[in-house]
Design a protein around this ligand. Structure first.
Ligand code: ADP
Ligand code: ASP
Ligand code: MG
Length: 812
């Protein structure tokens, strides 16, 4: 014999029920089958909603009842023909009774647990009767009221089963029945007096397990809307996948901690008889699903992750508890007498506090009861009044063989920490089947995805990008990501998604990743943006491994980095302003980055995509120290002085540099040497020196009036006016057979920038186009410096430098 249970979504409408009947027909060819069904779709929710409405307004209740009726009559219409009249009679009389109960609730203004149980039982009474008759049109099938078989105590809504009576009822009924298929409603039971009781929401799984155990079934099949028990709730974790085999204990832990696919008490009866449970998908019957059994063929140390939302922590705390026995007994007794379920317990060995997790619905009642129980100690100030914290969630990592591996809890908590998920309380049973933590409910999704990545996706790492500035550099960057995504996924096991983009006017977000073919259109149709609203969106989307990318040259953007880092969101920037601001600010950003474990990378601040800062970091971290830096760091100035001579005008050469994208949007920042000064400042700081921009001597070659211009137009006019000045600079160098290079130097703690005459034997002499060059003189490279040289400006190389920083974060 087999027992097959079909959940609400499997029997939500005629189409689905047809699928169910095909599955049952196939199974019943081989042996007798007991079929346990839930109420159609959301019928139980509707029945309860109508009951609650009846207390206030009977017409609302009747409207809800109408939708219930429509669904049931529709299924009868679609699936039953030969016995239609008889079926309609029974169903109509049941629905009439239900309507009378609602009227009774309205008249008496009373809705007891007994009535709630009665009302909610109609879902399964109707569904099992209709499905049995629909089945009987196709093969031999009969209906049986489960109320007559499952016997319980008087707890109407969460009744405890009397297995002795129940098992007898079940075996004697099935011994007698001749039918190949018996259809029973799940969830419903009755007490000794014959009054309707129910087994708790989701209880049809439990009913099915009770039948399977009583009948010594060869297998219990739970048919639902997902192909098995997943490594995490598939609605919350997109990467979750079905677990092929899992032990009874592990399945029980996962379901206890929120894996709704199996109602927690379900395991017990089947476990006692060692009946294998298979979870299968009604909509994909070929899929093998999950097997729950005694000796699963599955060596993963972590099997799954689950969570429960809407948890409150109740803390009993005070010095008066230390060393005095009985506090925890009184706490648990008080809660258990009122049937308040404790989901989670921790107590530090100092005995200074005990902390329990309960469902939030029970929290205020629990506080009231406990404040009362401990009123004397509270009055005498031996303990504090009970502390309640709401809006929490529990996440649990489950696996029986976790106890054989060190470091799993370390991995769990460091992954959470890296993603800024604050852990409020921790519990781990000594059996170590489960490690659970209490966190803020708003972090549940992120925490689950983080842990899933940690334990199940080691091979693919996700990175979620938020990109501001989609002009020159930003546009190339998005194009490069688009081009490389597939390669990175296949070769580096790195899944990069761009979740948010913004320019100065608009922003656009897509939590599943923005389509990078069409981002311009999406952004055009996006919402208006501000730095604040962008930040709020990033925080609200709460993704793991988030990276904020600044492709602007904007000062205000550079001022928000800290707010991201404090949320453990990494920052990658080509904007130099933050690192070249006050030393205190630079230092703060570095400290915050370390404290919150978020990278702060700005490789492109010096030499675009050239690995200058990274090389410097490696030197310093490995114990080297820098004495001197000599560099040509301005791609734009290099371009200008490589192209300027007595046959060109200075104005035209600068204009060409700007056109090629080699200058900042404001070319004066380059020409005045400010940009170079910022770069040498950053290199000096990265070398470990405390230095400010004002400390750098800048021997500008621009005339005073050019330096004082207020806009680009005046600036260019002033270049034309001073052509003679620029020609004389050229001539002076040319007469000495030298070339002009704008050089930045850092020697013995002091930095300067300015034009220099470079003779032909110097490494700078042959520097072409917009190339940069840096010479590091260090302990290890005292005379022959370490040299980095290559294209140091341009949108493409800058974008690839940003990309390299993103990859550095992924590899961390
Ligand atoms: P049924 O109506 O068939 O009893 P339920 O809605 O009770 O189905 O349970 C199935 C649902 O459980 C899935 O649709 C899924 O959203 C949820 N779920 C939560 N955690 C898990 C998990 N770890 N594996 C599979 N499903 C899960
Ligand atoms: N119909 C009941 C409920 O929705 C029982 C079940 O489907 O398992 O809770
Ligand atoms: Mg269910």
């Amino acid at each position: 014999m087999k027992v097959l249970k079909f959940g609400g979504s499997s029997v939500a409408n005629s189409e689905n029920i047809k699928k169910v009947l095909a599955i049952v027909a196939k199974a019943s060819k081989e042996q007798k089958v007991a079929v346990v069904v839930s109420a159609f779709g959301k019928t139980t929710d509707n029945l309860l909603a109508a009951a609650n409405s009846a207390l206030v307004d009977i017409t609302i209740a009747k409207n809800i009842l109408e939708t219930i009726k429509e669904l049931h009559y529709q299924v009868i219409d679609d699936l039953i023909s030969s016995q239609k009249k008889e079926v309609l009679e029974v169903v109509t009389s049941l629905l009439d009774r239900l309507c009378s109960i609602y009227e009774g609730v309205f008249l008496l203004q009373e809705l007891s647990d007994k009535t709630i149980a009665k009302v909610s039982s109609f879902g399964e009474r109707l569904s099992s009767f209709i499905i049995a008759n629909a089945a009987n049109e196709l093969f031999d099938a009969a209906h049986k009221e489960s109320k007559a078989l499952i016997s319980t105590n008087n707890e109407y809504l969460n009744a405890q089963v009397n297995f002795k009576i129940t098992n007898q009822n079940i075996t004697s009924f099935f011994n007698k029945t001749k039918h190949q298929v018996t259809v029973l409603g799940g969830f419903i039971s009755s007490n000794i007096k014959g009054e309707t009781t129910t087994l708790g929401r989701g209880g049809s799984d439990f009913s099915a397990s009770i039948y399977a155990a009583a009948l010594n079934a060869i297998e219990l099949q739970i048919w639902t809307d997902v192909p098995g028990m997943f490594t995490a709730n598939p609605r919350v974790v997109k990467q979750a996948y079905p677990i092929s085999e899992i032990s009874y204990e592990e399945a029980m832990e996962l379901s206890h901690f929120g894996a709704k696919v199996l109602y927690p008490p379900t395991i017990q009866p089947s476990l006692r008889k060692e009946i294998p449970i298979r979870i299968k998908n009604t909509f994909d019957p070929q899929n093998i699903g999950t097997l729950i059994c005694n000796n699963p063929n599955n060596s993963d140390e972590v099997k799954g992750i689950s969570h429960i939302e809407d948890i409150s922590l109740i803390t009993l705390e005070g010095g008066g508890m230390i060393g005095i026995p009985g506090f925890s007994k009184r706490l648990f007794e008080t809660l258990s007498l009122e049937k308040i379920n404790i989901v989670f317990i921790t107590q530090a060995s100092s005995e200074h506090s005990i902390c329990v997790g309960v469902y939030q619905d029970d929290a205020s009642k629990a506080k009231e009861l406990l404040d009362d129980t401990f009123s004397i100690e509270i009055d005498r100030k031996k303990i504090k009044p009970i502390i309640v914290e709401n809006d929490l969630a529990i996440i649990a990592v489950v696996g029986e063989s976790m106890k054989n591996y060190q470091g799993l809890s370390g991995q769990m908590f460091s992954a959470l920490g890296r993603n800024n998920v604050n852990v409020r309380a921790i519990a781990q049973g000594s059996s170590e089947k489960n490690i659970s933590a209490v966190i803020n409910k708003s972090n549940a999704k992120k925490a689950l995805n983080t842990l899933h990545e940690q334990f199940f996706e080691e091979k693919t790492k996700q990175l979620n990008l938020f990109v501001t500035g989609v002009g020159n550099v930003g546009e190339r960057f998005l194009a490069q990501i688009q081009q490389q995504r597939k390669f990175l996924k296949e070769n580096l096991k790195l899944d990069i998604k761009v979740i948010g983009i913004a320019n100065s006017r608009k922003m656009f977000f897509n939590n599943d990743g923005i389509d990078l073919e069409n981002w311009k259109k999406s952004l055009e149709n996006g919402e208006p943006t501000t730095l604040k609203s962008f930040h709020e969106k990033v925080i609200a989307s709460n993704h793991i491994n988030s990276v904020f990318i600044d492709n602007t040259a904007n000062e205000e953007v550079s001022e928000v980095y800290e707010t991201y880092l404090r949320e453990s969101i990494s920052v990658v920037t080509c904007n130099k302003i933050a690192c070249a601001s006050s030393f205190d600010n630079y230092k703060t950003l570095k400290q915050v980055s370390r404290k919150y474990n978020a990278s702060f990378l700005f490789e492109t601040n010096v030499g675009a995509g050239l690995p200058i800062i990274d090389t410097l970091k490696n030197l310093i971290n490995s114990g080297d120290s820098v004495h001197k830096i000599q560099a040509v760091l301005s791609g734009s100035l290099n371009f200008v002085f490589n192209n300027f001579n007595d046959k060109a005008t200075f104005h035209n050469v600068v204009a060409a540099a700007q056109k090629e994208g080699y200058t900042e949007p404001d070319p004066k920042i380059d020409l005045s040497g400010v940009d170079v000064a910022r770069k040498i400042l950053i290199l000096a700081r990265e070398s470990g020196y405390k230095i400010e921009l004002e400390d750098i001597s800048n021997n500008s070659f621009l005339p005073e009036e050019t330096l004082n211009t207020k806009n680009n137009e005046d600036f260019y006019d002033s270049l034309t006016k001073n052509e003679e000045h620029f020609q004389s600079i050229y001539k002076e160098a040319n007469d000495k057979d030298c070339r002009l290079k704008y050089v930045a130097e850092f020697i013995n703690g002091k930095a300067n920038v300015g034009l220099q005459h470079i003779a032909s034997d110097h490494p700078f002499y042959n520097l072409e186009g917009s190339d940069n060059i840096v010479l590091f003189f260090t302990d290890r490279y005292p005379e022959n410096p370490l040299i980095i040289k290559g294209a140091g400006a341009g949108a493409d190389v800058t974008a690839s430098g940003i990309f390299a920083d993103v990859i550095r974060i992924a590899n961390k």
